[in-house]
Design a protein around this ligand. Structure first.
Ligand code: DI6
Ligand code: FE
Length: 434
């Protein structure tokens, strides 16, 4: 690995202040020289020879210019000059599907599954999502924040600059509200773009056993409108699955979201083909996620609707799934593929998006450029953030990562190791490349 810019003073290894409570890196304003631009993930403002070193100009937290070192316009020369020493620049990573805020953990279920129980059996035995609902309901907002913060910090330390956080472990208005409020607060405290997704239709609360229509009515008539009115809902999701909600229940939630003007996404065809992707596409869904059992009809519908396919290799791995998502058919159809952690305490207790990029290559046979686009450009699209995140280009907020690697493939190649990097997030610098 090549030498690299030293870390900014005043920050710790994970990019937070010494007390860990907040993140206030130094201003990133300046001309970041001597960079390689990751192919397909940056747009230059002047012609670039393939081997030329690049500069990124940051001023007032925005990317102002991208292009060859030798061509930085005179208007920016007064800014501080920073040496990138040949580092590879990628857009800030985007983790577009997480359940980051919850109480407790579920290591006991890990042991149950090792002893032979399936995910569905664990859920039917009262474990699974419902056990996280108990722990989440019992926790205060401060407790949920304290538990989620180190998880978020692990993702941020790897260059995540935007993250989606779902509710769905409350399953009652006040507890769903707590989760979404904590998600917003995490974004404010850590200076990271957070998109909140309401997933009230994640599991049927035990007190509604046999009355799922009543619960869906509650979600649609009370919970979603109230939380939307409080500005807590950027998107709406449903777990459409045999062990969760039916297609028609899903549609009822989508109709409510549409009426409220909120975009939808879907946990679709993870364990079986429910026809969820076709439905989601009809509602112009931002994304369909998991999709191991996605049909040809679902792929065609997603392509026509511009819906992103979100691949979640962490859940595939944890569940020891063997039914691969239809990668080649998605590729042939030109459906954009994103890759995310699906961080959650049951099926994907993963806290490394780069490991997911590695697994998307190794398990799902994505190419390296596909996996890197999957954790940047396409992930941004899956959140409706395609105009501000996931691409290094002038006019966007400064969110990018400088990696001391010789080739982009290294980002998906190493695993079990967090590569040193310098992170520019919301125009502030965080780093750990000592
Ligand atoms: N799909 C998942 O992968 C998670 N939720 C969902 O709808 C699993 C959530 C859990 O087991 O806690
Ligand atoms: Fe999920």
């Amino acid at each position: 690995m090549t030498a690299f810019v030293s870390p900014p003073l005043g920050t710790t290894a994970n990019g937070t202040t010494a007390d860990g409570s907040s993140a206030t890196g130094a201003s990133a304003d300046g001309i970041w020289h001597g960079l390689q631009l990751a192919e397909g993930l940056a747009v230059a403002d002047a012609a670039m020879a393939p081997t030329a070193r690049a500069s990124i100009v940051v001023q007032q937290g925005q990317i102002r210019w991208v292009g060859p070192d030798a061509a930085v316009p005179p208007a920016w020369q007064h800014l501080p000059h920073r040496q990138g020493a040949g580092a590879l620049a990628t857009p800030g990573l985007v983790d577009c599907h997480t359940h980051l805020v919850y109480g407790g953990q579920r290591a006991n279920e890990f042991a149950m599954r090792l002893a032979g129980a399936t995910y569905e059996e664990v859920a039917q035995a009262g474990g699974g999502i419902v056990s996280s609902v108990k722990a989440t309901s019992a926790a205060t907002e401060d407790e949920l924040f304290a538990q989620a913060a180190p998880r978020l910090q692990a993702l941020l330390a790897e260059g995540v600059c935007a993250i989606e956080i779902k509710s769905g472990y409350g399953l009652a208005l006040e507890h769903e509200r707590k989760q979404l409020r904590v998600a917003r607060r995490l974004g404010e405290v850590f200076g990271v773009t957070v998109r909140t997704t309401f997933l009230g239709a994640h599991a049927l609360p035990p007190e509604y056993a046999g009355r799922s229509q009543d619960y869906i009515d509650l979600v649609c008539n009370d919970m979603l409108p109230a939380l939307a009115a409080e500005g807590l809902v950027d998107a709406v999701d449903v777990f459409c699955e045999r062990i969760a909600f039916t297609l028609s229940e899903t549609e009822q939630v989508f109709q409510t979201a549409q009426w409220l003007g909120i975009p939808v996404k879907l946990h679709a065809e993870q364990l079986s083909d429910m026809g969820g992707a076709v439905l989601a596409a009809r509602y112009g869904a931002l994304s369909c996620d998991h999709i191991e059992h996605l049909s040809a009809e679902g792929i065609a519908a997603m392509k026509a609707a511009g819906t992103v396919a979100v691949l979640l290799p962490g859940a595939y791995y944890t569940l020891r799934d063997t039914h691969l998502p239809p990668i080649q058919a998605l590729r042939d159809a030109g459906v954009p593929m994103a890759v995310s952690t699906d961080h959650n305490p049951g099926t994907s207790p993963a806290l490394s998006l780069l490991l997911m990029a590695n697994m998307a290559c190794t398990l799902f046979r994505l190419t390296v450029p596909e996996s890197l686009a999957g954790v940047t450009t396409h992930a941004a699209r899956a959140l409706g953030l395609q105009d501000s995140h996931g691409l290094i280009a002038s006019g966007r907020p400064a969110n990018f990562v400088l990696w001391p690697v010789a080739a982009a493939a290294e980002l998906a190649y190493w695993f079990g190791h967090k590569p040193p990097c310098t992170i520019v997030r919301q125009g502030r610098v965080y780093g750990d490349a000592a």
